[in-house]
Design a protein around this ligand. Structure first.
Ligand code: AMP
Ligand code: MG
Length: 731
């Protein structure tokens, strides 16, 4: 088939001394072409009925529609009183039987808690709980908070008999009028109509979908099958992880890593062990695998050595679709299909009986390279899409999520002049600007260095070429593992207030340049040139909407009435603004201010309304300050960075001319706090003062110094803000 070059030769392993055998017989194809061949040779597995409690993670093979309406009866949305609208506010007689969820009060039946049917008469109301069936005659519900016992307003006297817990209520004061029918009532079918689409064909069943299926009583769900995958390692040098390697032996890490990946992804995984580089042993093991698995993964034995027997053996047993890909790492990756039982038939020359799996289904064989990194990268690039296709995903749904990210880290990424590279990396999101994806190399990329896969969740696509991709450039990234990293040091989340309870979240420091939170946009369904696109655009400044969101969320958490202090945070740093490293001092200022906000004994409520990162450019610094302060957007403006003696440390010079009144005492207080920790604090050159009614203070760039400075300001701010808001301090 298409992947092969001159495919007519023998299946023997290449031998030394034969020049033709020094060249691969397989045509070099692109990653996109290889993916196309994988997907076109992979059909969804047969459909089966899966019990409800086992269907999570499957794709449903046909659309599921509601056969009954939900709710199946008019149901109360509140604990309160069922009424017949329209009614005026006033005292009403309460029906003797209370109606609870589960009581059948339809006209045809009798309430289990009462011997008489619960039918509402004019001027009557009925106590009802959330989810209970409305009694005949009722069409609306008044929530309990809008009612009171008639005795309380002196209007009707006590209308209850019995003790406090076993009260029989005879009347209730409805405090609101209800003009419309249907208030606080879930009508029949209002959540789910008969015939409404619940699950689309091919949709992945998650917990919510299982809930929907349970609601409509689907206990066996038509699903595409889930592949059984077998994992086999090849190589004379390999021993099991629990064995002590001797001499030239090494432990087999590929099988453990691959199996772990499949188990994590929810597949049934068969351990096919280690096989020596010997044709007869390999043949027997592959035939056995074909009878038991839908997908067989081998690692090792696909390169150009005379002990690399996997390609010739797959050729003997089935059909190879490709055996060489223009990529790094993973060039010799091989993909073949074997019709189930054809393997045994081909080898023995006669038909064989059925094995454990379905007849006539293509078994997919992936011969992955032996180097541990190549093995995992090619598993992610080629096997993962095939696994999705087997489960009924469309071709575009099979592809990886792709996004653009800014390269962070210390060193540029060198391009390979011969092959496009899938460079292992860690994808996170900027702590201060959650919309900005950052990607950092895992370091030395040799394909045997498994450490370069450690924590990696992304592959940076580097095109073939000379030169390198600079830090700060924008690159295309494929997501190879789910984004699960929680926010780390300094990260701002909507629920920052909750994170503040966690000591480790405030004290742990992270060496990574960004912090993961949220999920990136996905280009995965777009198809097209996913695997060969590349761009390099520098991004300069970015608004910190995440900080504002955090502040908004925190604003609701404080109960006492406090004066509001609106704050703007400006990080001033060439390198943070160009993405060389993630801004840590901006988020730290925000975190500390929000902690003060949540301190019940602190007099102010903090509202962070602006947060931005700018380079050390005086004109730009002034532009933001003037815009925020002169438009009266903030009471306090804190900058961080640029207060030292470096050639680009220009923050005091940029800001001092903007101040209407300088406050050297505040600047001194910042230095004094620093002096408690280090005599070097005198080397910071802070300025503080007011412009209109806004206090401006310049903090150093280091996170540690930011903490000290904010501690100093904590004591001063309540009084300063009071003075400014009284107008005592205006220019
Ligand atoms: P191969 O692809 O068989 O030529 O092997 C390439 C390199 O990967 C060699 O250094 C092997 O020792 C190593 N290797 C092969 N299989 C494994 C495995 N299962 N675990 C760890 N290393 C392996
Ligand atoms: Mg080998």
């Amino acid at each position: 088939m298409s992947g092969k070059g001159s495919n007519s030769g023998s299946c023997c392993a290449p031998g030394a001394g034969n020049d033709a055998s020094r060249k691969s017989r397989f045509e070099m194809i692109s990653v996109s072409e290889a993916l196309r061949l994988v997907l076109t040779n992979t059909d969804p597995l047969p459909i089966r009925m899966v019990p409800l409690m086992e269907c999570v993670g499957h794709r449903v093979s046909e659309e599921i529609r509601a056969v009954d309406p939900f709710p199946p009866f008019p149901a109360s949305m509140m604990d309160g009183y069922a009424v017949c609208a329209p009614i005026e506010a006033g005292v009403y007689e309460v029906l003797a039987s209370r109606i609870h969820a589960g009581d059948d009060v339809s006209s045809s039946s009798t309430s289990p808690s009462s011997s008489s049917p619960a039918v509402l008469q004019p001027n009557q109301v009925a106590y009802i709980t959330t989810g209970a069936m409305l009694p005949p005659g009722a069409n609306a519900v008044v929530k309990i908070e809008d009612t009171e016992s008639p005795g309380l307003n002196g209007g009707g006297g006590a209308r209850e008999k019995g003790d406090a817990f076993g009260k029989v209520e005879t009347a209730v004061n409805i405090k609101v009028s209800v003009s419309k029918e249907g208030v606080n009532v879930r009508q029949i079918g209002s959540d789910m109509q008969v015939g409404e689409l619940l699950l689309q064909t091919g949709q992945v069943i998650g917990p919510a979908e299982v809930g929907l299926l349970a609601t409509v009583g689907v206990t066996h769900v038509p699903c595409y099958g889930k592949p059984i995958v077998g994992v086999l390692s090849t190589g004379n040098e390999l021993v099991d992880p629990w064995q002590a390697p001797h001499g030239s032996q090494i432990r087999d890490s590929n099988r453990a890593a691959l199996m772990a990946a499949f188990i994590e992804e929810g597949y049934t995984c068969i351990d096919l062990g280690i096989v020596k580089d010997a044709a007869s042993e390999l043949r027997a093991r592959l035939q056995d695998a074909a009878s038991r698995c839908d997908v067989v993964i081998t690692s090792g034995g696909v390169s150009m050595g005379d002990a690399d027997l996997v390609k010739p053996m797959l050729e003997e047993l089935g059909e190879i679709h490709f055996g060489r890909i223009n990529m790094k790492p993973g060039k010799p990756t091989t993909f073949a299909t074997i019709v189930r039982n054809q393997a045994a038939k081909k080898a023995s020359g006669k038909a064989v009986g059925g094995g454990g799996r379905q007849q006539q289904q293509n078994v997919l064989f992936f011969g992955l390279p032996g180097n541990p990194v190549s093995c995992l990268v090619t598993k992610a690039l080629f096997v993962d899409p095939a696994m999705r296709r087997l489960q009924g995903a469309s071709s575009t749904q099979c592809l990886h999520t792709q996004l653009e990210a800014t390269v962070v880290g210390e060193a540029p990424l060198a391009l390979d002049p011969e092959r496009p590279e899938y460079h292992r990396a860690i994808l996170t999101f900027d702590a201060a600007d959650g919309s900005k994806a950052l990607v950092k190399s895992t370091g030395f990329q040799r394909s045997s260095r498994l450490l370069s896969m450690g924590s990696s969740n992304a592959l940076i696509y580097l095109p073939q070429g000379t030169g390198s991709v600079q830090v700060g450039a924008r690159v295309s990234v494929l997501l190879s593992r789910p984004l699960i990293a929680p926010p780390t040091n300094g990260a701002i989340s909507l629920h920052q207030a909750a994170a503040l309870l966690d000591e480790s979240s405030s004290s742990s420091s992270s060496s990574s340049s960004g912090s993961g939170s949220g999920s990136g946009s996905s280009g995965g369904d777009g198809g097209g040139n996913l695997y060969e696109s590349f761009s390099s655009v520098m991004s300069k400044q970015h608004p910190s909407s995440a900080i504002a969101a955090a502040s908004e969320a925190a604003a609701g958490t404080s109960s006492k009435k406090k004066a509001i202090m609106r704050v703007a945070l400006l990080t001033i740093s060439d390198r943070a603004s160009s993405g060389v490293y993630a801004d840590e001092s901006g988020p730290e200022m925000a975190r500390l201010l929000l902690a003060m906000h949540n301190d019940p004994d602190w007099a102010l409520q903090v509202d962070i309304v602006k947060a931005f990162i700018v380079p050390d450019e005086p004109a730009l610094i002034r532009k933001f300050i003037v815009e925020w302060v002169d438009n009266k957007l903030v009471d306090l403006l804190l900058t961080s960075g640029g207060t030292g003696f470096g050639p680009r440390d220009l923050t005091p010079e940029a800001i001092r001319p903007l101040l209407h009144r300088e406050a050297p005492g505040i600047a001194q207080a910042l230095i004094n706090e620093g002096l408690k920790h280090t005599p070097l604090a005198v080397l910071s050159r802070p300025v503080a003062g007011t412009r209109h009614e806004t206090l401006i203070c310049t903090l150093p760039g280091s996170v540690k110094a930011v903490r000290e400075n904010i501690a100093a300001l904590k004591v001063l701010l309540p009084r300063i803000i009071e003075l400014l808001q009284e107008g005592t301090c205006t220019a």
